[in-house]
Design a binder for this molecule. Sequence first.
Ligand SMILES: Cc1cc2nc3c(=O)[nH]c(=O)nc-3n(C[C@H](O)[C@H](O)[C@H](O)COP(=O)(O)OP(=O)(O)OC[C@H]3O[C@@H](n4cnc5c(N)ncnc54)[C@H](O)[C@@H]3O)c2cc1C
Length: 246
Amino acid sequence: VSGGDPNWKIDCLDHGYVRLVDSMGDDLSIVRAARVSYDAAWRTGTDEGSDHKLINSLMRRGHTSPFEAVEFQFEVMAPIFVLRQWHRHRTWAYNELSGRYRELPDVYYVPRPQDIGVQSKTSKQARAFDVEHMPDIDTKVMAAAMGASFEIYRMLLAQQVPKELARIVLPLATYSHMFAKVDLHNLFHFLKLRLHEHAQYEIREYGLAILDLIQLVVPTAVSAWLDQDGMRENVLKLRRKKDDGA
Ligand SMILES: Cc1cc2nc3c(=O)[nH]c(=O)nc-3n(C[C@H](O)[C@H](O)[C@H](O)COP(=O)(O)OP(=O)(O)OC[C@H]3O[C@@H](n4cnc5c(N)ncnc54)[C@H](O)[C@@H]3O)c2cc1C
C-alpha cells in the first residue's frame, strides 16, 4: 500500500471517505507469527493450502494474537458523531484535526431521505423502516439548520472569538478528519461491533468500506473472519440495505 494512492480510498456517506494509508504484513505474517510456537516460522509460504488451513483454524479456536502481527493505518473523513462512536475503541491510535488550530471547513452530513426512517418502538437507540406510513422528512430543513450554524460560527470568528470557543455552535454532523492505526485482531473486534445490525447505519458504512480495503491485504484472514457467526450473511444483508436505504 502506498500512502495517498486513490485506489485505496472508498467514499462513505455524502462527503466522507476511508483511505488505507499504510499497512504492515499480510496473511503470511499471521501464519509466521503462529508457527513460531513450534519453531517453524520460516516454513510459511511453502504450502499455500496448509497456510490457509492454519488461518482458518486460528480464527475458529480464538487464537487471536497472530492476527495482531498485521497493522493498518487509515485516513478517515467522517461526521463528528461517527468519530465519537469510533473513539470509544481504545485499542486504536488516533490523531484528529483540531478545531482549536484551524477554522473548520463548512462540510456537514445530510442524510439521504431513504436512510432516515422513524424512531424505533422496540429499541431506544435505533431507527425503524417497517412502518406503514413513513413520514415525509424534508432534509433541506436539516441542511438549513447546519448551514445557519456555520454562518454564526464564521460571524463569531470575524468578531475575534477564539476558534476553540466559536466551534461550539457547530453541529455533530460536521465532518472531521483523522488518521487512525489498529492491528487486525482489534480491527476485527471493531468490525464485529460496528457491522452489527444494531450499530448505527452511518458508522456501518465505514465498517463496510474498511472490510473492502483490508480484503485486498489479508484476503484469507477476512474470509476466515466472515465464516464466523453468520458474519458473511450479515455483511451481505448490510450491503443490500445500503443500496435500498439504511
Ligand atoms: C451498538 C452499540 C451501542 C452502544 N451504545 C453505547 C451507549 O449507549 N453508551 C456508551 O457509553 N457506549 C455505547 N457503546 C460503546 C460500547 O460500550 C464500547 O465502549 C465500544 O463499543 C468499544 O468497545 P470495546 O471496549 O470492546 O472496544 P475497545 O476499546 O477497542 O477494546 C477492545 C477490547 O479490549 C479490552 N479492553 C480495552 N480496554 C479495556 C479496559 N480498560 N479494561 C478492560 N478491558 C479492556 C476489552 O476486552 C475490549 O472488548 C455502544 C456500542 C455499540 C456497538
